[in-house]
Design a binder for this molecule. Structure first.
Ligand code: HEC
Length: 362
């Protein structure tokens, strides 16, 4: 049984995130360029404690659907090892609510997904303790709490739903899953949400924690962060606004594409366009050979002082300076190559996909 593997891998990365930044480059310190658009937005100072930037349902919200989960956005990248059910809780007067906690690959968006629907007309409290720390190891300044109240429970009949109709691999780490809209006795079709459960073995889905939950009314969804060259078996279930979920077990499956290859898709580009400056005796990072370029980049702290940036951060091109500095946004420092021919669109998209597929040494 396996769900999104990138979350596990991110947990394994925390050891490297804790490493100090050993290279500040004095006068060469890159300046974040706020004049250019695109994502990600310039990272905030890592020396400020992390804060909850937004929460859905909002503090004081009423009439919240019984199917709701909680989405919390932090002000900066968080340490995945601290985003746990011990530090992020959902509770009501009767006690804590069983729920799963997941930090998205962006490391700022966290979801709390209750195992069962919420109770009707009930006040709930979300708590984030100071045990939750930023990627740079700083705790929140104080415990955070927020409350909301659910709407009345007027419906106990699950939607009528035929389940998933198809799945198509769209890359080395993505699968598009499709279905026809469900119907419900109370909830309009446009308000029905869908839970996707993925496993790498037939019938091995864990129905207590969805791999992903869609926006209301969706009839397809792209699963991301999957392993390359791997078959996923996927069940989709429909959930109405009262939290009733149908129980179909119809599986569809698809096999992700072979992942991008470092030696085929990335190294030749570095060798042709970057190594003339980035080699021993020249400018860091040193990329003299394919294997040096790999070990001097993957999980290596970038010169940018925000520890969220790595030269290559597996599964996160958005926080990888190797990719970022070759894009027009170049949020982490000056545009690369400093002189010479910029990367072509194909070279850039291969580099991005290689990183987002886990930056394999392949
Ligand atoms: C003409 C020389 C030159 C070329 C070619 C060049 N770079 Fe650079 N690069 C530099 C210099 C100088 C620095 C240090 C100053 C800075 O950070 O901007 C640097 C810094 C970087 C950094 C920041 C390293 C760190 O420690 O965080 C990255 C990433 C980078 N380059 C990527 C590339 C990539 C990818 C290419 C090829 C597409 C490339 N560079 C081509 C001169 C070059």
């Amino acid at each position: 049984m396996s769900r999104i593997p990138s979350l596990l891998t991110l947990a394994a990365l925390t050891a490297t995130l804790a490493m100090g930044c050993d290279y500040y480059g004095g006068g060469e310190m890159p300046v974040l360029d706020s004049a250019v658009g695109g994502s990600p937005s310039p990272p905030p100072s890592p020396s400020a404690p992390p804060q909850v930037q937004s929460i859905v349902p909002a503090d004081g919200a009423t009439g919240v659907p019984l199917s709701a989960g909680v989405t919390i956005t932090f002000s900066q990248s968080m340490d995945p090892a601290t985003i746990t059910t011990a530090n992020l809780t959902l509770s009501r007067a009767a006690g804590p609510v069983a729920a799963g906690v997941q930090l998205a690959p962006d490391q700022t968006t966290t979801t709390i997904t209750p195992v069962s629907p919420l109770a009707g007309s009930t006040a709930y409290t979300v708590t984030v303790t100071t045990g939750a720390t930023s990627a740079s190891g700083l705790p929140m300044a104080a415990d955070f709490t927020s409350s909301f109240t659910t709407g009345a429970d007027i419906d106990s009949t699950p939607p009528t739903f035929a389940g998933a109709t198809g799945a198509t691999a769209t890359g080395g780490s993505t699968i598009n899953v499709q279905w026809a809209a469900a119907s419900d006795n109370v909830t309009p079709a446009g308000q029905i949400v869908y839970r996707l459960y993925a496993a790498t073995a037939s019938g091995a889905q864990n129905f207590s924690t969805p791999t992903a939950t869609t926006a209301p009314g969706a009839t397809s969804f792209v699963l991301t962060g999957l392993m390359g060259n791997t078959t996923y078996f996927i069940v989709v279930r429909a959930q109405d606004s009262s939290g009733n979920v149908d129980s179909n077990a119809n599986q569809v499956n698809a096999t992700t594409n072979a992942p991008r290859s470092y030696l085929t898709h990335v190294w030749p580009v570095l060798n042709a366009k970057c190594v003339r400056c980035h080699k021993s005796g020249g400018d860091r990072p040193f990329w003299d050979t394919a294997s040096l370029a790999y070990t001097n980049s993957v999980n290596v702290d970038a010169k940018n002082p925000d520890p969220a940036w790595k030269i290559v951060k597996p599964f996160s091109s958005a926080w990888s300076t190797m990719y970022d500095r070759c894009t027009p946004a170049n949020l982490s420092g000056g545009f690369m190559p400093e002189s010479g021919t910029p990367l072509t669109a194909t070279e850039l998209s291969n580099m991005r996909a290689w990183i987002d597929e886990g930056a394999l040494n392949n």
